[in-house]
Design a protein around this ligand. Structure first.
Ligand SMILES: [Zn+2]
Length: 316
């Protein structure tokens, strides 16, 4: 397999920035598996240790696990990253910030209480090390999911994207490298509706019912990019199940089989938030490749491309 390269001949590289161990499994993991299989270098930046998380799987809720949650979650993270196929896992090194008004939220060593400039510099250092063309991070979703660590991931990512390419910024954090594209990961309204409808059709309780009661984020209607991950859904499932403390294998989130997901919504969707390259995508059309406009040679088109272009663009 030839290593795919960008227009300057540099190897393609993708960084995803996530708040907690398990976020890398639940958001965009099948996309990373797909690019890893293509030979793209894939790096995960996990900003916190997830120490404030609850144990959501009764089968592993024991005093021993509770007493050592950081170590347990680090092992889960390693197993998940291996299932996805990540080339590297980097910890940004902060404690979980917990939810507002919790004890964890008052800790001086948490992500939320760290100086933003310091967190940006740590991320810049990793960007300059991994030299990604593409960074995947979070939108400002605080109205939908107000976890401080998720908000902070959003807040540091664009400044780090800009600063990484500026040799005057953080000169001790390595030689400048300018990424080309910044994406937000998330769930489109069409995904939520398609999966919800499938649960209902199968006579299962839908975990998305409550999502319709909360308002979905504005950008749920504005996704620009749909990556076909139908052949990589099993890697997403394996990654989720690796987070034993966070994912109950019997829970309703895991109840929709991959072949059903593949039939009703075989994509990971993204919002292109910043691009320094011409993506070559016509106005109103959607991208099907995070590296569109950055790679030297586009991959062979897949037969499902026709479905992507005519189907999803119109449904938003
Ligand atoms: Zn999280």
């Amino acid at each position: 397999m030839d290593t795919p390269v960008d227009r300057t001949g540099a190897p393609l590289s993708l960084i995803t920035v996530h708040a907690h161990p398990d976020d890398e499994a639940s958001k965009g993991s099948a996309t990373v598996a797909r690019y890893a299989d293509e030979g793209v270098r894939t790096s995960l930046v996990c900003c916190t240790g997830g120490e404030a998380g609850d144990i959501l799987n009764p089968a592993v809720d024991t005093p021993e696990v509770r007493a050592d949650l950081f170590r347990v979650r680090m092992q889960e993270l390693e197993n998940s990253a291996a299932a996805i196929g990540y080339s590297a896992v980097h910890l940004l090194g902060y404690h979980d910030s917990g939810m507002p008004d919790s004890d964890d939220n008052a800790r001086p060593d948490n992500f939320w209480n760290a100086p933003i400039e310091e967190a940006v510099e740590r991320l810049v250092r990793l960007i300059r090390l991994e030299r990604p063309q593409v960074i995947v991070t979070y939108a400002d979703d605080r109205k939908f999911y107000p976890h401080p660590d998720h908000i902070r991931v959003h807040e540091i990512s664009l400044p780090a994207f800009e600063a990484a390419g500026d040799p005057r910024a953080f000169p001790s954090a390595g030689p400048a490298w300018q990424p080309s594209k910044l994406y937000y990961t998330g769930f489109s309204r069409s995904r939520v509706q398609a999966l919800h409808d499938e649960y209902v059709r199968r006579g299962e309780e839908s975990p998305y019912t409550h999502w319709f009661e909360r308002e979905l984020p504005d950008h749920a209607e504005r996704f620009t990019t749909f990556v076909d991950v139908g052949d990589w859904l099993h890697r997403r499932r394996a990654a989720l199940l690796a987070h034993r403390t966070q994912v109950d294998p019997e829970g309703f989130w895991m109840r929709l089989p991959d072949d059903a997901i593949r039939r009703v919504f075989p994509w990971d969707e993204y919002l292109l938030a910043r691009s320094l390259v011409d993506t070559g995508v016509a106005e109103g059309d959607t991208e099907d490749d995070l590296f569109a406009g950055a790679r030297a040679d586009p991959p062979d088109p897949r037969p499902s491309g026709l479905v992507r272009r005519s189907g999803i663009g119109s449904r938003g």
